[in-house]
Design a protein around this ligand. Structure first.
Ligand SMILES: Nc1ncnc2c1ncn2[C@@H]1O[C@H](COP(=O)(O)OP(=O)(O)OP(=O)(O)O)[C@@H](O)[C@H]1O
Ligand SMILES: Nc1ccn([C@@H]2O[C@H](COP(=O)(O)O)[C@@H](O)[C@H]2O)c(=O)n1
Length: 226
């Protein structure tokens, strides 16, 4: 007999967090929550509406006026921004280039964390992001800090983009990933860092199946131990 647990997966961009989190959630029958999608959704809205985030007043109105819903669907989640499906739009380079600046905003983080904690309440979840083990779910039974070399992460994203007909050159992708990691790690509020009690998993030379199996093994151990 195993207990439903909370699993936090953090790490830098394109490390494989969401791919592995989805597989693990599906195998365990848990809810999968991609917190990056929430930061992307609020970024999309602020960009489109021309909000000046340097003004706490404008930022506050934007946050109070915005509804973000994550709807579980087969193989992942659908992202609704004020009721509109923005699952594709939030993956554009337009949003990717702006999201780390938005995610450094204290009011934005406060609101997103509140929503994320509510989504995770009282159920088995696999949540991926940058601050899940350190801030959002500090009591998670399993915390994993997943990484891979920046070259391998850029190569994976390049291959993924090719399938979506996105032609950003490999060197540009690597620079964008490194820049986003730097901003995410150096911000003042809830920076990207490994929680003290997280297991470090380097996936550079692991296949998707191997990485998922490593986390499944840890999840099974932790849920039985409860
Ligand atoms: N172990 C692996 N081996 C090879 N490819 C992988 C591995 N893990 C993930 N990938 C591929 O790498 C790409 C990036 O993975 P994914 O989107 O899961 O990363 P992420 O950490 O969630 O990224 P981000 O934080 O930027 O959203 C995907 O195309 C995925 O299929
Ligand atoms: N818990 C989180 C999750 C994400 N962010 C910020 O959002 C950006 C996009 O995340 P992806 O996982 O979709 O790549 C990311 O670069 C962070 O700036 C965050 O701060 N906290």
């Amino acid at each position: 007999m195993t207990n439903a647990i909370q699993i936090a997966i953090d790490g830098p961009a394109a490390a494989g967090k969401s791919t592995i989190a989805k597989i693990v959630a599906e195998k365990l029958g848990y809810v999968y929550i991609d917190t990056g999608a929430m930061y992307r959704a609020i970024t999309l809205k602020a960009l489109n509406a021309g909000i000046n985030m340097a003004s706490n007043e404008e930022a506050g109105v934007l946050l109070a006026d915005t509804e973000i819903d994550l709807i579980p669907i087969e193989g992942g989640q659908k992202v609704l921004l004020d009721g509109e499906d923005v699952s594709e739009a939030i993956r554009s380079q337009y949003v990717t280039k702006a999201v780390s600046e938005m995610a450094a905003h204290e009011l934005v983080r406060r609101r997103m964390v509140e929503l994320q904690q509510k989504l995770a309440e009282g159920r088995g979840v696999v949540m991926d992001g940058r601050d899940i083990g350190t801030h959002v779910l500090p009591a998670a039974a399993l915390k994993v800090f997943m990484s891979a070399s920046v070259e391998e992460r850029a190569r994976r994203r390049f291959e993924e983009n090719k399938k979506r007909n996105i032609t950003t050159p490999l060197e540009e992708l690597q620079a964008e990933i490194a820049q986003r990691d730097k901003m995410d790690s150096e911000r003042e509020v809830a920076p990207l860092q490994q929680a003290q009690d997280a297991v470090y998993l380097d996936t550079t030379s692991l296949s998707i199946t191997e990485a998922a199996a490593a986390i499944m093994k840890l999840a099974e151990e932790r849920s039985v131990a409860l």
